[in-house]
Design a binder for this molecule. Sequence first.
Ligand code: ZN
Ligand code: ZN
Length: 266
Amino acid sequence: MNHSFPPVPDPLPVEAFDSHCHLDLLDVPVSEAVAAAHAVGIRRILTVGVDLASSHWAAECGQMYDDVWAAAAIHPNETRAANDVALEEVARIAGRAAVRAVGETGLDYYRDWADPADQQRSFRAHIDIAKRIDKTLVIHDREAHRDVLRILEEEGAPDRVVFHCFSGDAELAKRCADAGYVMSFAGNVTFKNAVELREAAAVAPLDLLLVETDAPFLTPMPYRGKPNAPYLAPLTLRCIAEVKEVDVAEVCAATSATGERLFGPW
Ligand SMILES: [Zn+2]
Ligand SMILES: [Zn+2]
């Protein structure tokens, strides 16, 4: 990794899984990002599409690399483009063997790039695709918890659901746990002011918990603001272990097992 990246963290004692990143947006070749992740014990990576072009890219990448899996969807910020033809194309890409999830889809009320009605229509369509082809649903929920839960309930949730970059409090974590939804924590759980997020992580059952980098975004502490990549996931895994007062090896093993349950077989 080049010099603008943070230093390499200590390797993990047990292999773990980066459940969400955007390898197409990193400043380094995929082979380098994967090798750097392997060197610290991040064995597998899910790379996520946000539109048709990046979903195609993710599918190709997943096919090319044994330890990379793909997710395909139109991001809630991009739903102006989510017409019927585009959604059929999402279904086609998501049907490929290397594509293990439909996502990221959901609702983003923080950014007003897309009309909420368009976002909701697209989210419903992605839920339908995930159920039709029996793949895990990866949800982007930003300041939209109530509507995300409501729409999942109205449509009937797929069997396997992940809240990526989980951004709720302990109460939302309990509601997700009751529904069997998996919560994926990103580097922002390590931020100093993220007290509520750490309370949520403390409540999330270990078998419903994943860790992600969301690279190139959300670089964990103490490197906030620097570029992010999957090899930095150990920083977030160690934070989660501390919060849950369990051994980091246990968190790693749990994320690998949950990753395999949701996106496997490897
Ligand atoms: Zn997202
Ligand atoms: Zn993402």
